[in-house]
Design a binder for this molecule. Structure first.
Ligand code: ADP
Ligand code: MG
Length: 295
C-alpha cells in the first residue's frame, strides 16, 4: 500500500429508509486520500457531506462499497477516527480538562500512567491555547473555546484521521479565523490526515490540499476535485491578494453556482412541487420530492 492510498472510499453508496420509501443519498463515491492530506468537502446543503463523513467515522454503514483505512475496512466507530461536530459535544458537568481526560483514558487508559495521562491532557489543551481555562465547565467558556476543547479532545486521541463536520460554522468571523489558523498550525506540526466538511469557500481554499466538490442528490456523488497548490504555511491576508488564491476561490464558487442553477431549473417548471414541498433545508429537497412524487 502506498501512502497515497491511506484512506480510500470505494464505490460508496447509501440508501436510507424513509417513511416514503428508500432514499438513495449517495452513490459512486470514490476517493483516495494520502496520509497527512487535508481534504475539504463542500457542496450545497443536503447533498450528503455529513453522510460521507459519518460513513468514514463508522457511524453509518455504506449500503454498497466501503471505506478502507490503512488496509482495513471500517465497520464501526473507533478512536482511530475522531470526530469534531459543529455543536461541540462536551459533557456539561465536566471541566474542559475532564472532558479531554475522559477521552484520553478511554484510548490510553491501559498504556499511560496517571502522570502521563495528566501531561498528555494538558499538552493537548495547550495545542489549542486553552491552558488558562482548562478547569472551567462548558457553560463558563465561549463557543470558540468549547470548540477548541472539542478539537483538543479529538487530537488527544491521536486519531489516524480527524473528521470535522462544519467545525467552525457556529463561530463569529474573528474566532473562526483564529481557529482556522490554529488548525493549520497544528496540522502542520502533527501531519494529521483531515477531512473537513464546510460550506465556507474561503475556509476550504485556505486550509485544503484538495477540495472535494459534491453534486446534489438524490444519488449525490463527487462532482469535481480541486487541488490547491498554494505553499504552506499559508497566511490569509497575503493570500487574499494573490491571483492564485482568487482563481481557486472562483473555481469553487463557479462549481457551486453551476450546480445551483442546474438543479433550480426543473423546479421552476413545476410549481406544484414547490408548493407541496416540506421545508427541508437545501435545494436538494425539491429534486427529492419531485422524484418521490413523480417517480
Ligand atoms: N438517517 C437518515 N435518514 C433519512 N435520510 C437521511 C438520513 N441522513 C441523511 N439523510 C438525507 O440524506 C441527504 C444528505 O444528508 P446530509 O449528509 O446530512 O447532507 P449535508 O451534510 O450535505 O447537508 C439529505 O437529503 C438528507 O435528508
Ligand atoms: Mg451536514
Amino acid at each position: 500500500m502506498t501512502t497515497d492510498n491511506y484512506l480510500e472510499l470505494s464505490q460508496v453508496a447509501i440508501t436510507f429508509p424513509t417513511p416514503k420509501g428508500p432514499f438513495l443519498a449517495l452513490q459512486d463515491v470514490n476517493l483516495k486520500i494520502a496520509k497527512g492530506e487535508f481534504i475539504s468537502v463542500i457542496g450545497h446543503s443536503g447533498c450528503g457531506k455529513s453522510t460521507v463523513l459519518n460513513i468514514v467515522a463508522g457511524l453509518h454503514q455504506a449500503t454498497t462499497g466501503g471505506v478502507i483505512l490503512e488496509g482495513k475496512e471500517v465497520t464501526e466507530p473507533g478512536p482511530d477516527r475522531a470526530v469534531v461536530f459543529q455543536n461541540h459535544s462536551l459533557l456539561p458537568w465536566l471541566t474542559a480538562y475532564e472532558n479531554v481526560e475522559l477521552a484520553v483514558k478511554r484510548v490510553f487508559g491501559k498504556k499511560k500512567s496517571k502522570q502521563e495521562i495528566a501531561q498528555w491532557v494538558e499538552h493537548n489543551l495547550g495545542l489549542v491555547h486553552m491552558e488558562h481555562a482548562m478547569h472551567k465547565r462548558p457553560h463558563e467558556i465561549s463557543g470558540g473555546m468549547k470548540q477548541r476543547v472539542g478539537i483538543a479532545r479529538a487530537l488527544a486521541m491521536e486519531p489516524k484521521v480527524l473528521l470535522m463536520d462544519e467545525p467552525f460554522g457556529a463561530l463569529d468571523a474573528l474566532t473562526r479565523a483564529h481557529m482556522q489558523d490554529s488548525l493549520m498550525e497544528i496540522q502542520n506540526r502533527l501531519n494529521n490526515t483531515v477531512i473537513m466538511v464546510t460550506h465556507d469557500v474561503d475556509e476550504a481554499v485556505l486550509l485544503s490540499d484538495r477540495i472535494v466538490m459534491m453534486n446534489q442528490g438524490p444519488g449525490a456523488t463527487i462532482g469535481e476535485i480541486l487541488k490547491i497548490d498554494l505553499p504552506r504555511p499559508r497566511d490569509r491576508v497575503t493570500l487574499a491578494e494573490t491571483p492564485e488564491y482568487n482563481h481557486y476561490r472562483a473555481a469553487v464558487l463557479q462549481f457551486l453556482y453551476a450546480k445551483k442553477h442546474a438543479s433550480a431549473k426543473p423546479a421552476v417548471k413545476s410549481e406544484a412541487v414547490e408548493e407541496t414541498a416540506e421545508p427541508e433545508p437545501g435545494l436538494v429537497s425539491l429534486e427529492e420530492h419531485k422524484k418521490k412524487k413523480f417517480g
